[in-house]
Write a protein that binds this ligand. Structure first.
Ligand code: PLP
Length: 420
């Protein structure tokens, strides 16, 4: 068996379809964001004629909390107090007061009984769902067709039977639920904001269906926490059903700008996952300084209703311009703006030209992250993007969509001299 050969063949097949990924190393400078610098060898910059100074349009640091001075100070303070690593799993010397404080803060933030933190929201989803579905005999999972990979991995790992319903299609979900015996255990797994399309879910209707068919509900609020609902408490909170959802999952890495994930639920469910979930038990806990910085970040995010308004106003402005110019995009009320190129090749080409000619960095998104034939440039606007930045990007996108072969670059230099 030639293992290397086998792997290389699979890689070659993947690449031949254009699905190989190129990572772009960047410095997201605190003082100049969203204007920043790409870290590429000078030779490459010269040969490929790349301007290393660029504006980032695809960061999930939605509220710029990774750059917040109070959060940074809190992280440094705790590193100086107790060092960097936690030194153990939660059970074996890896629980600190900072971990406990973060869990209390999260429970309070979502106005739920209890919270449990994990090293990422991916791990939280994967291990919580796998554990629940393994331990509840004969459970049937109902999963939205566009659910995130971490939710799908959790379902697959549990080996539970799974019915997939069409994206946000409650009639389809109900028809699948109705096929099962009312007494058979069931869980509906869905997201409140689908991050690649920006579609928002009516959680109230899911909860109603779950009650009717005696099903548990598992809701991923990864792209909503920090941004939606009063204090950024998420879409379930905004819809007034936070307490009716059995388990809510969130991340500390996007709206809160740190790293890590969590679930909130009632005490019994949290105790259950804490006791049986391998992804929680058998891994070193998050750095204490991250737990402390995340707690500080949540405290600040709660007070940022004005910044949230600002993001949504700018996103609305952006979409109005796209509409006027007939640039294809998925319209929604969310802060996420997916500009559709449909083909992977075009998404890659536009991303390259934006970087090389228009000082704009937007990572192309294509299969398997989104279904084949729906490649896109996914734009996220943060409080630090100005209207001038938006106008510059719109002008560049117009050029690309008009000609697909721009002859000359726009002169987008307004913020170049701000780079550190
Ligand atoms: N759930 C959804 C819907 C996501 O989009 C992501 C990541 O982008 C995750 C979970 C995982 O979050 P984290 O980055 O905290 O692992």
């Amino acid at each position: 068996m030639n293992y290397k050969d086998l792997l290389q063949k699979q890689l070659a097949k993947f690449s031949s379809k254009g699905y190989n990924r190129t990572f772009t190393p960047i410095y997201r400078y605190q003082d100049t964001f969203p204007f920043t610098r790409i870290d590429l060898p000078n030779e490459k910059i010269k040969n490929d004629k790349i301007n290393p100074e660029t504006t980032i349009w695809c960061s999930n640091d939605y509220l710029n909390m990774s750059h917040n001075p109070e959060v940074i100070n809190r992280m440094i303070e705790v590193i100086k107090e107790v060092g960097t690593g936690s030194g153990g799993t939660r059970n074996i010397s890896g629980t600190t007061p900072y971990h406990d404080q973060l869990e209390k803060k999260l429970a309070n933030f979502h106005q739920r009984d209890s919270a449990l933190i994990f090293t990422s929201a991916y791990v939280a989803n994967q291990t919580t769902i796998a554990t629940l579905c393994k331990k509840i005999p004969n459970i049937e999972v109902f999963s939205d067709q566009l659910n995130h990979a971490s939710l799908i991995e959790g379902i697959k790992n549990s080996r539970a039977s799974c019915s997939i319903f069409r994206h946000n299609d409650l009639d389809h979900l109900e028809s699948l639920l109705a096929k099962k015996d009312l007494d058979q255990p069931k869980i509906i797994v869905f997201e409140s904001l689908y991050s690649m399309d920006g579609t928002e879910t009516n959680i109230y209707d899911y909860v109603k269906l779950a009650k009717k068919y005696n099903a548990l509900t598992y809701l991923d609020e990864v792209h909503a926490v920090g941004l939606y609902g009063k204090g950024g408490r998420g879409i379930a909170f905004k819809n007034n059903v936070s307490n009716d959802v059995d388990i809510i999952n969130g991340t500390l890495a996007k709206g809160f700008g740190q790293i890590g994930g969590y679930i909130v639920a009632d005490q019994t469910i949290i105790d259950f996952i804490r006791s049986f979930s391998p992804g929680f038990i058998f891994t070193t806990s998050m750095m204490p300084s991250i737990a402390a910085a995340a707690t500080k970040s949540i405290e600040i995010v709660e007070t940022m209703d004005e910044k949230r308004k600002d993001i949504f106003n700018k996103a609305k402005y952006f979409k109005q311009k796209l509409n006027l110019l007939d640039i294809p995009f998925i319209d929604s009320n969310s802060h996420i703006i997916p500009i559709l190129t449909y083909s992977t090749k075009k998404a890659k080409l536009f991303s390259k030209l934006l970087l090389e000619q228009y000082n704009s960095y937007i990572q192309p998104i294509f299969y398997p992250t989104v279904p084949e034939g729906s490649a896109r440039l996914r734009i996220t606007i943060t409080p630090k993007h100005s209207i001038q930045d938006i106008d510059n990007l719109i002008a560049a996108l117009k050029r690309l969509f008009d000609s697909e072969k721009p002859e000359q670059s726009l002169n987008i230099t307004a913020r170049q001299n701000q780079v550190a």
